[in-house]
Design a protein around this ligand. Structure first.
Ligand code: ADP
Ligand code: MG
Length: 696
């Protein structure tokens, strides 16, 4: 393998390539624009485009694409080649500034939630210079935002960039109040840890549910699940290790800071954690990571499952969104430092996040609401659907002091001693881990753990950035007007903590006691996507998003419709897949095996010998009953899906899918799984859970 330092970023038009290939004046303009998040003078576009093209061609690229993130949740690209004809019948390779800045994909098939009439197919992609261009599959990919003809956001990136600007604007007011006048930009940073499953491609190919839905719709539990916890951080199997090595290399080429790879709790489950970076880039990189994971897996005879709950009975996959904010001068707002009790910027930010999370529990829940993630949240593994915050004992104690007007310098860091002298002493972390909390303080950042593994991280960060920006703006209003700054600062922190401390919970988030307690505290418990989504449209939320210029009323309405429509579509596909699996394979398998048993019984009985046939007769009875129930329920499911499809209102339709279709699917599954447990292996049409989870 080449040296990692040479591979890293080799396919990225990054700062060092720009420095080398752009005229100094162009480089300076571009660099300042990127650093300070300012707009770019289009006059430099031709120069940048031409340098990008030359670089890309030297790397073997023949095409370019505006790479964007429509609301389908995945990335989209339309490839154009660089070729341009000359008068003498030859071609030259061309790429203009205009082509760099703006693209015009036919947008009619991307979801717009009514923002764009179908006859008005025009949509624009616009260059995002803050995320570097890169080469993938011999194509120069230019990260772009995607909007409608009239400028409404049709993608994930646009609101994310807007929310980053919003929090920058408010956070700058705060740092100015603290006398940090050299700060030009405040950026939020994110490190998204990505969980995924790997299954054998040959087994995958035999499962229509995995192929069409990304998750198993049926499957009896194998004798062994995850109860031994022997997979977590276990030694990597050679095939998995080879996959991970190649994945890291491919990601490094694209400048993705892939750092940690390990096995997760469930069998066949793994995790990749990158080093954190600016949110916008983290979001792009996470999309790339998911894409490269899938592609790389195929080269190893594996399939990468990004679905939130591919298998019942073992943990699903999430994405941990580690979030913080820092100044361009390197100050992390959430870094407590040696004396957190005296670190006013830290305390104010902590108070702001506590208030934001308490006041906008709905938004955080909405940002992770998908059909797939609904299977995970509130089950006994992922965080519950109730939003709460974990601060750890030390910080909780510190807040108690602050709230009660006492001073605490928080400096009593405890040294850990492991009992073996050879191991050096190390400082204990500020917080222990609480895996059950959806929103945990982890030393110098918050970790939001409710995100689903398949989703873009954009929505969550749009919410976080805007919520905290909103609280910052309120704090800044008060502080800017204050006669006695210190006094006002203390009372803001103190009042905020006592008013919003109900959101803090340091105990077991999976327990039933917590559900009851949360209810008493008045916290929201939005169990499903259909419960959560309508709340995005409340006047309170619309007012906040409009105030900070992140989403307009029309954009919010369209997003609600898109998410709900998407929810219904997913359940529609799942239901049809299940119906087909039942009718064409499971019911026939059940009757074939029943027949076999019956024929055997007849044969045995024809011998005229008296023998015990209890096993045969009971299995025959059980299978006949299961077959009948499956047949009836499948018919019901079909009718229910047909009537759901006729409902024009998106919320009503999604609700029907949630209340009726899902329930029927679960009932069918129960009968199918009980049949699977007794049907001979050679008769069952699909690889079982054991083969899927333990075969690599
Ligand atoms: P933990 O042990 O608490 O999980 P790690 O150091 O392993 O913490 O970090 C987990 C993730 O959090 C990594 O992706 C890391 O880059 C990211 N992270 C660390 N610091 C920050 C920060 N200031 N802002 C955002 N993400 C961060
Ligand atoms: Mg983590």
């Amino acid at each position: 393998m080449d040296k990692v330092s040479e591979i890293f970023g080799s396919m990225v038009f990054n700062d060092s390539v720009m420095l080398e290939r752009l005229p100094e004046s162009t480089y300076k303009i571009l660099k300042t624009a990127i650093k300070e998040g300012k707009g770019i003078d289009s006059s430099i576009a031709d120069t940048v485009a031409s340098a990008m093209k030359d670089w890309a061609i030297e790397k073997g690229a023949t095409h370019y694409t505006h790479w964007f993130q429509p609301l389908t949740g995945i990335t989209a690209e339309k490839h154009d080649s660089f070729i341009s004809p000359t008068d003498d019948g030859h071609i030259i390779m061309e790429f203009s500034g205009k082509e760099l800045i703006k693209g015009e994909p036919d947008a009619s098939s991307f979801p717009s939630g009514g923002l764009r009439a179908t006859f008005e197919a025009r949509g624009y992609t616009a260059w995002d210079p803050s995320s570097y261009a890169f080469i993938k599959d011999d194509t120069l990919c230019i990260p772009t935002a995607f909007c409608s003809y009239s400028g409404e956001a049709l993608d994930q990136k646009t609101p994310l960039l807007r929310s980053m600007d919003a929090i920058n604007k408010q956070a700058l007011r705060i740092v100015k109040l603290f006398g940090m006048n050299d700060v030009k930009r405040v950026n939020t940073t994110v490190g998204p840890e990505q969980e995924y499953f790997l299954v054998d491609k040959a087994a995958y190919d035999k499962r229509p549910d995995l192929i069409y839905c990304g998750r198993t719709l049926i499957g009896a539990m194998p004798p062994k699940g995850q109860e031994m916890d022997d997979h977590y951080f276990g030694v990597l199997k050679p095939r998995i290790a080879a996959f991970m090595r190649e994945l890291d290399t491919e990601l490094w080429k694209l400048g993705v800071l892939a750092k940690t790879e390990h096995n997760e709790v469930a069998p066949a489950q793994h995790e990749l954690a990158p080093i954190y970076t600016t949110t916008n880039i983290a979001a792009d990189h996470n999309q790339l990571t998911m894409e490269i994971m899938k592609k790389t897996a195929l080269r190893h005879g594996l399939v990468c499952l990004l679905h939130e709950k591919p298998f019942d009975g073992v943990n699903g996959s999430g994405k941990h969104n580690n979030w913080s904010l820092s100044t361009d001068t390197g100050v992390n707002f959430l870094s407590p430092g040696k004396h957190p009790g005296d670190n006013q910027l830290f305390l104010l930010t902590l108070a702001a996040v506590i208030k934001a999370v308490d006041e906008h529990q709905d938004l955080l829940r909405i940002s992770v609401a998908t059909a797939g993630n609904d299977h995970r949240l509130g089950a006994n593994e992922a965080p519950p659907a109730i939003i709460s915050m974990f601060l750890g004992d030390d910080l909780a104690e510190l807040l108690y002091y602050v709230e009660n007007g006492m001073h605490h310098d928080g400096a009593k860091k405890i040294k850990m001693k492991l009992g073996a002298d050879i191991i050096p002493l190390f400082g204990k972390d500020n917080t222990d881990r609480n895996r059950t909390s959806p929103f945990a303080f982890t030393g110098n950042k918050f970790e939001f753990r409710m995100l689903g593994s398949a989703s873009s991280i954009s929505d969550t960060n749009v919410m976080l950035n805007t919520m905290v920006a909103d609280v910052f703006s309120e704090f800044a209003d008060r502080l800017e007007k204050a006669d006695d700054f210190d006094n006002e600062l203390h009372s803001i922190i103190k009042d905020t903590i006592s008013k919003h401390k109900r959101i803090i919970f340091n105990g077991d988030g999976y327990s039933d006691e917590w559900k009851a307690e949360a209810k008493k505290r008045g916290l929201l418990n939005l169990e499903s996507t259909v419960d959560a989504l309508p709340l995005l449209k409340t006047e309170k939320n619309i007012a906040m998003f409009e105030k900070h210029g992140v989403l307009s009323r029309a954009e919010i309405n369209s997003r609600v419709d898109i998410v709900l429509e998407n929810y219904s579509k997913i359940l529609h596909i799942e239901a049809l897949t299940l119906i087909e699996m039942m009718n064409r394979e499971v019911i026939p398998a059940i009757s074939e095996y029943t027949n076999r048993l019956c024929t055997g019984l007849i044969n045995k009985r024809s011998l005229g010998i008296k023998f015990d046939d209890l096993a045969d007769t009971e299995i025959i009875a059980r299978l006949s009953a299961a077959g009948t129930e499956i047949y009836k329920l499948t018919g019901d499911l079909k009718m229910t899906v047909m009537s759901a499809e006729k409902i024009p209102d998106m919320l009503e339709r999604a609700t029907k899918y949630h209340d009726e279709v899902l329930r029927l699917m679960n009932d069918i599954r129960k009968y199918s799984d009980s049949a699977e447990a007794v049907v001979s292996k050679d008769c069952w049409p699909y690889p079982n859970y054991g083969e899927l989870l333990f075969s690599i």
